[in-house]
Design a protein around this ligand. Structure first.
Ligand code: HAM
Length: 410
C-alpha cells in the first residue's frame, strides 16, 4: 500500500473542520486590524531564498529543476515571497501595506511531533512603516491572534541591536554562526565557536545578555546601542497596552533577514517543538530589486497551535438525515433541498436501505431525522424525529426546519 510522503499528514473531516474553525478565528482578527489576504506561488526561483541566506539553506529546502532547466524551490516560508510580490506588483502602492496569508510551507527537516515537512503558517507582513508604533502593532496583533485560537502561550520580545552591538567587529559569516547557536540555544556550541575565534571573553557578555530580563540591565551589558530610544518607545507601548510578555535579548531568529525588534511565542503544553510563532522587523525588498523598505511581520505555526489545542473538536452544527421510502423519494429530495437552502447540513441515504437502517445510519451523525413515506408525500407533510429525545411529530416542512434551527447545534 502506498503511503503519504514522510513528514506530511492527511486530515480527516473532523480535523479539517477543527482547523478551519481556528483558522476562521485568526482570519477574523486579521480582518478587524485591516490585514488583507494575499497569495503567492507554492514554488519560487531558488534565488529568492538563497539571496539573503546563502547556499547553506538549500539543505533545508525542497529544490528542483523544472523541464526548462530553471532552479526552483518549494517555499520554506512566505515572507520572502510576499516581499517579492510587493516589489513586483505593489511597490508604488500607498504605504503602509497590511497583508496577511494562510499557506503551506515546505522544509526538509527531520519530522517529529510538531515538526513537519509540509506545514501551514498564518502570517502577516506590515510593509513600509519604520516606526515604534508599527513594531508594537505587530506584536499586539500576534498576541490577539494567538488569544483568538485559545492556545496558552508565552510571548518573548527582544531586539537584535543589543546582540549585534556585542558582535560588532566580527565578520558577518562568523556572526551568523554565533546567531545560529543562539537561535538553537546551543550554548556549548556557542562557547566552542567563540573559543576557536579566540573570543572567549565575549561568551560571558553573550551569556549575560541571553539570561537578562530587564531593559536597563540589557543595555548595560550590550553597551551603547544604536536606536535605543526606539526600542524603549516600542516596549513602553506594549506595556501601556497591558500585553503580557517577557524580555529576551537572546532571540536570534533562524532566518537571516531580521534587522530590529524580534519576538517569539511558545506554547505552554508542548515539548521540544513548542515555538508557535516567530517574527520581527526586517529589510528584504532591496535584495529583490526594490527600494530599501522597512517591514515587520510574523507567522503563526498553525499546526503547532492545533497540536497544542489537542484533539480536534469540530464545531457543533445542526444535522438532519432525510429518510424516505421508494415512493417518498421525489418529495424527500425537495424537502432535503429546502433544509439545505435554510443552511442545515442535510444528508440522504444513497444505498437503497430500508427505513430502519436509514434511521440507524442517520443517528450516527444527525440530531434529527425527517421521514417521508407515501403518506407524507401525499399530504405534503414530514415526520420529524428528534433523535436526542425520541420525540416524533408530523408537521409541515417549514415548521420542521424552524424546529431544527431553533434546537441549535447538537
Ligand atoms: P519561522 O520562525 O521560521 O519564521 O516560522 C514561523 C513558525 O512556523 C514557527 O514559529 C513554527 O511555529 C512554525 N514552523 C516552522 N517550521 C515548522 C515545521 N517544520 N513544522 C511545523 N511548524 C513549523 C518564519 O517563517 C518567518 N517568515 C516569520 C515572519 C513573517 N517574519 C516576518 N514576517
Amino acid at each position: 500500500m502506498l503511503q503519504k510522503p514522510r513528514g506530511t499528514r492527511d486530515f480527516l473531516p473532523d480535523e479539517m473542520e477543527a482547523r478551519r474553525a481556528v483558522e476562521g478565528r485568526i482570519r477574523e482578527v486579521a480582518r478587524r486590524w485591516g490585514y488583507r489576504e494575499v497569495c503567492t506561488p507554492e514554488f519560487e526561483d531558488l534565488d529568492l531564498f538563497t539571496t539573503r541566506s546563502g547556499e547553506g539553506i538549500i539543505e533545508e529546502m525542497y529544490v528542483f529543476e523544472d523541464k526548462g532547466g530553471r532552479k526552483l524551490a518549494l517555499r520554506p516560508e512566505i515572507t520572502a515571497a510576499v516581499i517579492r510580490m510587493f516589489v513586483n506588483e505593489a511597490r508604488v502602492a500607498p504605504k503602509p501595506l497590511r497583508w496577511c496569508y494562510f499557506a503551506d510551507c515546505f522544509r526538509y527537516e527531520r519530522p517529529q511531533k510538531g515538526r513537519y515537512r509540509q506545514f501551514w503558517q498564518f502570517g502577516v507582513e506590515l510593509i513600509g512603516a519604520d516606526t515604534a508604533v508599527a513594531d508594537a502593532e505587530i506584536v499586539s496583533l500576534a498576541a490577539e491572534m494567538l488569544n483568538a485560537t485559545g492556545v496558552s502561550y508565552e510571548l518573548k520580545v527582544g531586539h537584535l541591536a543589543l546582540m549585534r552591538n556585542l558582535l560588532r567587529g566580527i565578520e558577518p559569516a562568523a556572526q551568523r554562526r554565533i546567531m545560529a547557536h543562539l537561535d538553537k540555544k546551543d550554548f556549548d556550541g556557542l562557547d566552542c565557536t567563540l573559543d576557536t575565534m579566540v573570543k572567549g571573553d565575549l561568551a560571558e557578555s553573550l551569556h549575560a545578555l541571553v539570561s537578562c530580563r530587564g531593559l536597563d540591565d540589557a543595555f548595560a551589558i550590550a553597551g551603547p546601542v544604536p536606536g535605543k530610544e526606539r526600542i524603549e518607545e516600542t516596549l513602553a507601548m506594549l506595556d501601556a497596552s497591558g500585553l503580557a510578555y517577557s524580555l529576551n535579548f537572546g532571540i536570534a531568529r533562524g532566518l537571516d533577514y531580521y534587522t530590529g525588534m524580534v519576538f517569539e511565542g511558545f506554547a505552554q503544553n508542548l515539548g521540544a517543538e513548542n515555538q508557535i510563532l516567530g517574527g520581527g522587523a526586517y529589510r528584504l525588498a532591496h535584495l529583490i530589486g526594490g527600494d530599501d523598505v522597512a517591514s515587520c511581520g510574523f507567522a503563526i505555526g498553525f499546526d503547532r497551535v492545533m497540536v497544542s489545542l489537542g484533539d480536534p473538536r469540530p464545531e457543533k452544527q445542526a444535522v438532519v438525515g432525510v429518510v424516505c421510502t421508494e415512493e417518498g423519494r421525489g418529495r424527500a429530495l425537495e424537502v432535503a433541498r429546502a433544509f439545505r437552502n435554510a443552511g442545515v447540513r442535510t444528508e440522504m441515504d444513497l444505498l437503497g436501505h430500508g427505513i430502519g437502517a436509514q434511521i440507524a445510519r442517520a443517528s450516527k451523525t444527525a440530531g434529527f431525522v425527517v421521514i417521508i413515506g407515501s403518506r407524507e408525500a401525499e399530504s405534503g407533510t414530514v415526520t420529524l424525529k428528534n433523535l436526542g429525545t425520541g420525540e416524533q411529530k408530523t408537521t409541515d416542512p417549514a415548521s420542521a426546519i424552524e424546529e431544527v434551527l431553533s434546537d441549535g447545534p447538537r
